[in-house]
Ligand binder design. Structure first.
Ligand code: ADP
Length: 536
């Protein structure tokens, strides 16, 4: 796989500047070298044995690889650290960027293990407690040249967290078959379908299904998954939930101070929470955010179902830690408390909201981990590269401007000579003649004016129609050429979005083989924040 690099803006200004190296990092992060971070981590202690015990039990149910088990065992060692990053448990792993995030985690962990000469474990934080199911219940496919969202219908109206939703095997199989039909049959289709069916068979929930596929795809690399909603993990986290519940006011205040600071520097706010927010969710099957009422000195849920005094909340955390989960502010803190984090691999959205957490980390006398932007890739299939060459466009042009302008220009250059001008002139002349006719009408009856103007409009519409008709015919005549622009657009900028945010990895595995992800992982990426164009 050949790679070229390109500088492309991220989805928000702060992340773009962070990645380019123009963001004033000291304003929002604690930049340091990996050596410095390692040194700092070695002064801290973690619930390593409990964590290893839990992770071993968790991975056993998936028959995780020897490499994964060995990596978990490494966490027992006092000097071991992790490279970590996470995402929601998207169906069939979700958009490509989740795969790129895992590749980033694995690659950086390997590199730093060699560099620092301590065990560095790649950990994926599966946000299985997320209940925003609309973000994970679909896969995009191409149908008749357009991006189509295929929703797995049992999840269409789901509100529970991904970790609590059981799979409906028949419906899921049907949905997977429909997706495969859009990919087209290749010599690996059957094997790939079986691969996915097998993952389905060993998964109980939506989160399990994600974990099974990821553990299988990255078995040789020994990826370790943390199931954020796992009840056993909660018993380890209990102690820290207590602290978070106690410190919620200080957390909010530190967050707001940093948000004001970033606003003064001209950056848009990324985290939107109410000043009353207690930054923890309570879940009795339905996930509800907890708020704090200053006057009544108690925690409450907005729907009025729950009210807890400080003591009652403490007791609940003690007796049912599995009912609590973190919000966007406390999740990074939980991660920091649980894992000796050498580096956090972040997407552009995460970079922007972590920037607001600097003072929150400081409140707990911590430094933020080094935040490393995940790899950002565009895959260029061979036939798309050929199309680009045929229409004389570069990948950079296609990614920055799209193909629309180029196609319009090509149409202009391939119309009959003076096409637009001739139509323009014709309209002018017809308007002039029509005006003379209207004057005749006005002499007979001035009340005819409105009808005559309408008539003028209709005549003009007819000419527009003629112009469109000829243009359409011309595009049909050159269909093969026009289709190339559309194909390029659909592949590289589907729905005018980065490819990595739309397409799913299975399409590529179906076309390029079951070892596709493995090959993508072994490309020699440079960690310079540049967007990578990967030629398949
Ligand atoms: P065709 O299959 O004739 O090439 P399409 O319009 O269906 O035409 O797709 C255009 C291009 O978009 C494909 O050639 C392929 O490169 C890309 N593409 C189509 N479907 C997917 C998909 N599900 N995931 C990723 N890329 C896709």
């Amino acid at each position: 796989m050949e790679v070229i690099e390109l500088s492309l803006p991220a989805t928000n200004r702060l992340a773009t500047e962070y990645i380019e190296g123009t963001f004033p990092v000291h304003e929002a992060f604690h930049p340091c070298s990996f050596e410095e971070r390692l040194h700092e981590l070695q002064k801290r202690t973690y619930a390593r044995d409990a964590l290893v015990h839990h992770l071993l039990a968790y991975h056993k149910q998936f028959q995780a690889s020897e490499e994964t088990i060995a990596n978990i065992e490494k966490l027992r060692h006092r000097e071991s650290v992790v490279v970590i990053g996470g995402q929601q448990a998207g169906l069939l792993t979700g958009p490509l960027y989740t795969i790129y995030k895992i590749i980033s985690i694995i690659t950086l962990a390997k590199q730093q293990e060699q560099q620092l000469r301590v065990p560095v474990v790649p950990v994926f934080w599966m946000a299985s407690e997320d209940h925003d199911i609309a973000e994970i219940n679909y896969v995009h496919v191409a149908q008749r040249g357009k991006v189509k969202k295929y929703v797995y219908s049992p999840l269409a109206k789901e509100k529970r967290m991904a970790a609590r939703i059981d799979l409906d095997a028949d419906a899921l199989k049907q949905w997977i078959d429909d997706i495969f039909k859009t990919f087209g049959e290749t010599n690996v289709t059957n094997e790939l379908r079986t691969y996915i069916y097998e993952c389905m068979a060993t998964s109980k929930t939506v989160a399990d299904f994600f974990a099974t596929i990821v553990l299988k795809l990255f078995a040789k690399e020994g990826i370790v998954i943390v199931d954020a909603a796992h009840p056993h993990l909660r018993t380890i986290e209990r102690e820290w939930f207590m602290t978070l519940a106690r410190e919620h006011e200080a957390i909010t205040s530190a967050l707001q101070t940093q948000q004001r600071h970033l606003a003064q520097l001209g950056y848009e706010q990324a985290i939107d929470v109410s000043p009353m927010c207690a930054h923890l969710f309570y879940d009795d099957g339905q996930r509800r955010l907890l708020y704090y009422d200053d006057d009544q000195h108690c925690f409450y849920t907005k729907d009025g179902v729950y009210r807890f005094t400080r003591d009652e909340l403490r007791q609940r955390i003690e007796s049912e830690p599995q009912s609590f989960s973190n919000n966007v502010v406390t999740r990074p803190l939980m991660q920091e408390w649980l894992f000796p984090t050498l580096a956090f691999i972040a997407g552009p959205g995460e970079i922007a909201y972590w920037a607001e957490l600097k003072r929150v980390f400081e409140h707990f006398h911590w430094h933020m981990p080094p935040i490393v932007p995940r790899l950002s890739l565009t895959l260029v299939e061979r036939h798309i590269a050929t199309d680009l060459a045929d229409v004389q466009m570069t990948v950079a042009e296609a990614l920055t401007n799209g193909t629309k302008q180029a196609l319009e220009e090509w149409v202009r250059n391939n119309q009959p000579v003076a096409f637009d001008e001739t139509f323009h002139e014709a309209k002018k002349q017809i308007a002039h003649i029509h005006e003379q006719l209207r004057q005749l009408g006005m002499q007979v009856d001035p009340h005819l004016e409105r009808v005559m103007l309408k008539n003028a409009e209709r005549v003009e519409t007819q000419i527009d129609y003629l112009q469109q008709l000829i243009t359409r015919r011309m595009l049909q005549k050159h269909d093969v050429h026009v289709r190339k622009y559309e194909r390029i657009e659909l592949s590289l900028r589907p729905n005018n979005m980065p490819q990595e945010r739309v397409w799913n990895v299975l399409y590529y595995m179906n076309r390029y083989g079951l070892d596709f992800v493995d090959r993508l992982l072994h490309v020699d990426y440079r960690w310079n924040g540049m967007h990578k164009i990967v030629y398949l």
